[in-house]
Design a protein around this ligand. Structure first.
Ligand SMILES: [Zn+2]
Length: 68
């Protein structure tokens, strides 16, 4: 079962603030456990995180590994 949040689809501007986001890494949490840091765009204003496709790949691999 995969529960994913928003996909980025090449968004580099925060849809809420209309500001350019920074490409960096952001921690991803699942059930209050941090799985690691993954590539994401982060809005400098509101702090919203949009994981890139690469970031999602890492999250998926990681959460599959952690499943059992
Ligand atoms: Zn924002």
């Amino acid at each position: 079962m995969h529960v994913l949040t928003m996909s980025i689809n090449n968004i580099t501007v925060c849809p809420h603030c209309n500001l350019d986001m920074e490409l960096k890494t952001a921690p991803y949490e699942q059930n209050n456990v941090t799985l690691g840091e993954f590539e994401a765009y982060v809005c400098p204003n509101c702090g919203r995180v949009f994981y890139t496709d690469k970031g999602y790949e890492g999250i998926n691999k990681f959460s599959m590994k952690k499943k059992n």
